[in-house]
Design a protein around this ligand. Structure first.
Ligand code: ATP
Ligand code: MG
Length: 424
């Protein structure tokens, strides 16, 4: 009997024991997005592959190694979204949403990347992200970071480190790229295979390498900070002073380049030491060139995405296991013939007291097994309908968690009785 079909490796079910916590996490984050005036955009999970190839960049890990791409029955090449920004820009352009700027949006849902599954790294994972189109920064960059800081406070998360950097303009980066390439060429022998391919196509990405053997080479590399254009530097300084004024500490990490090609100027990551190697829970930055690259008018833009699996794990660590939700009352009749009465009374209760969770017994069985199910449900009270109760229009309340005698009350007075029993 071990022939059950299995889910795809790295694509996890979220079971009932966990889904309540997921929803609570999402609600807490969305409440803050809402309070800052961000509006939800719901995007398709599948897009034409060109949407991602063009925006994320041909030389990135995502496009080269991680995308789930396939030909559909029409022969169109489609891809399961590996991230949200590309589809968001596609939608914003398609629907002319850039007419009213600034445009503040958020999105959420599953993303797909063919990576090696491990702690904090799945093939289907979930993000919530925000994007702002229009303002060139640094005010809006700061707003996004202050908003995420507020989210961590609302969740009661402990130590999260904010690392920031400026990648400068495309021109500044091109000049730096030459200097960096010369340095790396001179240390060719010390580069790993990944870095050698990157050297030709996208040397900045070498700074993003996670290989510990590369750490020394990277530490000694010329710094992007020394090649920043003046305007980017002014912006970057302004961002830091807004953050400081609002009590948000940050570390400037001049090696922070981010894995996607489309970033420019401000980039940032929120990192924890509590989750092992996969410590980045939220990452973002400015992508001033992307809207134009995707066929729109040049429009500055900035955004972030957070990984919900990693955040949830951190949240659990911070506040411990939560009690499972359980019903308030378990409603049963004493025998099969009376079961329809139990269903009808449950409907009446749901109408009159929608705040209470009512689990109604289904599937028949002996009185003993009914009581066992009532107990196992975690409900505070069993409501029992026997022949006498049905005849008299009453119901018996049996406390399941308190050492108190049962009582019988008129069905019309049930609302009041429940309020009394469930108030504590
Ligand atoms: P990493 O360096 O961990 O691979 P990334 O730079 O590829 O991250 P982004 O594309 O910036 O990640 O995505 C934003 C956030 O989404 C990450 O900081 C992380 O929290 C989460 N994330 C990314 N990839 C995964 C994954 N495969 N599984 C779980 N969460 C992920
Ligand atoms: Mg990655």
């Amino acid at each position: 009997m071990s022939e059950h079909l299995q889910a795809i490796r790295g694509m996890n079910d979220i079971l009932p024991a966990d889904s309540g916590e997921w929803r609570a996490l999402e609600n807490a984050l969305v409440a803050i997005l809402d309070a800052y005036g961000y509006r939800e955009i719901r995007l398709p999970i599948v897009e034409q592959s060109a949407v991602f190839k063009r925006s994320i960049g041909d030389t990135t890990d995502i496009v080269q190694k991680e995308m789930y791409s396939f030909d559909d029955r029409n022969g169109d090449n489609l891809t399961l979204r590996p991230e949200g920004t590309a589809g968001c820009v596609r939608a914003v352009l398609q629907h002319g949403l850039l007419q009213h700027q600034p445009l503040r949006l958020w999105y959420g849902g599953p993303m797909f990347r063919h990576e090696r599954p491990q702690r904090g790294r799945q093939r289907q994972f979930h993000q919530i992200g925000a994007e702002v189109f229009g303002p060139p920064g640094p005010d809006v960059d700061a707003e996004l970071i202050l908003m995420t800081a507020r989210m961590w406070r609302a969740l009661g998360l402990g130590e999260l480190r904010l690392e920031i950097n400026s990648l400068g303009t495309a021109e500044a980066r091109a000049a730096y790229r030459e200097v960096l390439t010369r340095y790396l060429e001179a240390h060719r022998d010390a580069l790993d295979a990944d870095s050698l391919t990157r050297l030709e196509r996208n040397p900045l990405r070498i700074l993003d390498s996670k290989n510990p053997d590369m750490a020394a080479i990277i530490a000694d590399a010329p710094s992007l900070a020394d090649h920043l254009d003046d305007e980017s530097r002014v912006q970057f300084d302004a961002l830091q002073s807004i953050l400081a004024d609002n009590g948000v500490e940050c570390v400037v990490n001049t090696r922070l380049v981010r894995g996607l090609d489309y970033y420019s100027r401000t980039v940032f990551e929120w990192i924890t030491n509590e989750l092992g190697a996969q410590g980045t829970v939220c990452a973002g930055g400015r992508y001033d060139g992307l809207v134009e690259l995707m066929g729109g008018k040049p429009t500055p833009a900035v955004g972030f995405a957070m990984g919900l699996e990693r955040l949830l794990e951190l949240w659990r660590q911070a506040r411990g296991a939560r009690p499972q939700a359980h019903p308030d009352v378990y409603l049963m009749a004493t025998g099969n013939v009376l079961d329809p009465h139990a269903l009808s009374l449950a409907e009446v209760l749901r109408e009159r007291c929608p705040q209470h969770r009512v689990l109604v017994h289904v599937g028949g069985g002996s009185m003993k097994s009914r009581m066992k199910k009532a107990d196992r449900s975690g409900a505070m009270l069993a409501l029992i309908l026997g022949e006498e109760e049905v005849a008299n229009g009453t119901v018996t309340l049996k406390p399941l968690r308190a050492d108190a005698p049962q009582e019988t009350c008129a069905q019309g007075a049930l609302e009041e009785a429940l309020r009394r029993w469930l108030a504590a």
